[in-house]
Design a protein around this ligand. Sequence first.
Ligand SMILES: [Fe+2]
Length: 381
Amino acid sequence: MEDIMKDFKFGLPTELEYGVGKIDLLGKKLEDFENCLVITDKGIEETGILDEVKSKLGGLDIKIYSDIESNPKDFHVEMGAKIARDFDPDVIIALGGGSPIDCAKGVGILLSEEDSDIRNYYGSDTVRREILPFIAIPTTAGTGSEVTFSSVITDSDSGVKKSIRSPFIAPNISILDPKLTTSLPEDLTAYSGMDAFTHAIEAYTAKTANPLSNSLALYSMELILKNIEKAVEKPYDLETRGATLVGSTIAGIAFNNSDVASVHCMAESLGGKYDAPHGLCNSIILPYVMDYNRKYCTDKYAKVADLMDIEFEDSDSGAKRSVEEIKKLNQKLEIPSLYKIGFKERDIEYLAEMSAENLSNESNPRPMGKEDYETLFKKIS
Ligand SMILES: [Fe+2]
């Protein structure tokens, strides 16, 4: 009866529409609106997904804001808010991976708060009112941002990733259509899938884990583990894409009601410093943090080994095998080394300090300080 004595509360204000072809519902969902700001990125424009979405918008007046990059910065949010103020939308659509969705959350905050500086909202419960009606349409299976109360924005002055956490920024509706994820390239499919798996395993093992987040995390891990390699190999298989998309959304709900932990603390330090893909940073770090945490969540890691159909004698050996199998999975997915993202050993002290200061540091099952993070970065490099 894992975590059964822990209190929890659960909230999901987001209405979910899942299924192949569900993007066709978009027009109906927007019947009551007149002006729509679509926040996306150049990659999505190039795939043709944006054209498909635009074709569902009927007579709505549309403005597109696509000048954002991965790891969106404060100025991407502020530029989006400026465009939005001029256009005066009554609904925002975020189309893409975590970057457009997180950026759209920031734009929504600046509009509702009548502020122009997103830095005023870093932290928890800093947002005081509901944002504009907001629809998220994920095109990756990884972020979870389509159901979470958080947005991660990179502060351009310090190069540090900052979280904004508030129930007011959760999307009102998320449309999960596996068709929209089929054009995601192999490497991003692998990275975002491992981001989703990291959300689930961190939600499951965090100090904040509870019976409800555990149940969500376990099924999402199963879906992701059984489908991530197939999604890379057969990108147009809608059943596989559907499984990873649902797995990723469930993992998002799990960590939103528990937390992420040290893998994300380290990945966000790396992502802020080197502007590297978030999912890739998580993938590289995950097995090392699992090994470091192993003695603090042995039974839970053994359950992860179970999900991978591994036979083991006792929880200790099961936990050990789960770490080995995640390392093997990384190899199969061709996850590159830390140096590929620009990592430099001379940055370890800074990266460790940023990791220790992350809002999710306290949630890691093993207590972690700056020295622990230094040890881990040295092990990985
Ligand atoms: Fe993540």
